[in-house]
Design a protein around this ligand. Sequence first.
Ligand SMILES: NC(=O)c1ccc[n+]([C@@H]2O[C@H](COP(=O)([O-])OP(=O)(O)OC[C@H]3O[C@@H](n4cnc5c(N)ncnc54)[C@H](OP(=O)(O)O)[C@@H]3O)[C@@H](O)[C@H]2O)c1
Length: 321
Amino acid sequence: MKAAVYYENGGPEVLKYEDVPDPQLHPKGVIIEVQAIAIEGGDTLNRWRGPLMTNPHVVGYQAAGVIVEVGAEVEHLKVGQRVATVNNWGSHAALRSVPARNCWPVPDGFDIKKAAAIPVTFGTAHDCLFEFGRLKAGETVLVQAGASGVGVAAIQLAKRGGASLVLATASSDERLEKLKPLGLDQGINYKTHEVPKEVMRLTDNKGVNVVVDSVGGPTLQGSINSLAYRGRVSMVGAAGREPMVVDVGSMMGGNRSLSGVFLGAEIMTDRVHDNIQALIDDAAKGELDVVIDRVFPLSEAAAAHAYIESRAAVGRVVMVP
Ligand SMILES: NC(=O)c1ccc[n+]([C@@H]2O[C@H](COP(=O)([O-])OP(=O)(O)OC[C@H]3O[C@@H](n4cnc5c(N)ncnc54)[C@H](OP(=O)(O)O)[C@@H]3O)[C@@H](O)[C@H]2O)c1
């Protein structure tokens, strides 16, 4: 099969489009013919410094397509069915082997490119807000990196969950403007404004109840400093690629809390599995907007990764084999 592979970690240029052996079917899994690959923030981080599980390595968490083979022990999936899938690697390819548990049926008529972009992105944003952030209707939210895949999902889910004020940060006014139709109330350009100071100004000095932080590094301290009394930060990523050093003492006075969130640790549970299916079904009904910024052919994976790293994308970049 054709795949985008790399032999060593590095920038987007390490990605090569090559022939590699087809993946093996597992008795508890399926093989899908990939129709859409949603490039995750984690895929670019893994390419940069993650372990190579094979050499050459096929990176990638999320892809959707049609089942072409079903393992002997799988009863609930069938050949010809469209599914969105997640696995630890292997999305950047024409064929993919995945555990049956990590497949979610895609409703008829729903765009397969949008389906590919839902499980990790929306599932993670939902957990950050509700499972670990304990967001209640009427509370306020700050989404760091609002134009990211996770950010675009978090803004919509926060609004839908009844948040009274949804704030988000981004590196330009233009990026923030694109988030307003999704439910953003006020954007904060962190290049021109100090985030905690702006949050306090926009909340009458109260701060926000929940922050979703997928950037980390120095941004994380800004998230803590933006919290209201008893506020919660869901720390979910390292897009900023800098060490996370926070002053833990800054959380005590306001009874603030910080939770690490890793969807992968619970993706096999019924709770997360069913939640992801509900999010796919809601998006298929038009209740959630899966924002796809650009579509590249898989043969141009290096250009697709470079485009993401240029920070121009809002929402997801998708590839098609
Ligand atoms: N723990 C989990 O379960 C989980 C699940 C999903 C994702 N994640 C993590 O969450 C992070 C974001 O994922 P994503 O898919 O939402 O990412 P993405 O769509 O690629 O977006 C990342 C955004 O981060 C911002 N950013 C800030 N500093 C950056 C830097 N130095 N380099 C590049 N971008 C920077 C950029 O927006 P601005 O230019 O506007 O700042 C960029 O658009 C990743 O670290 C990913 O691994 C974790």
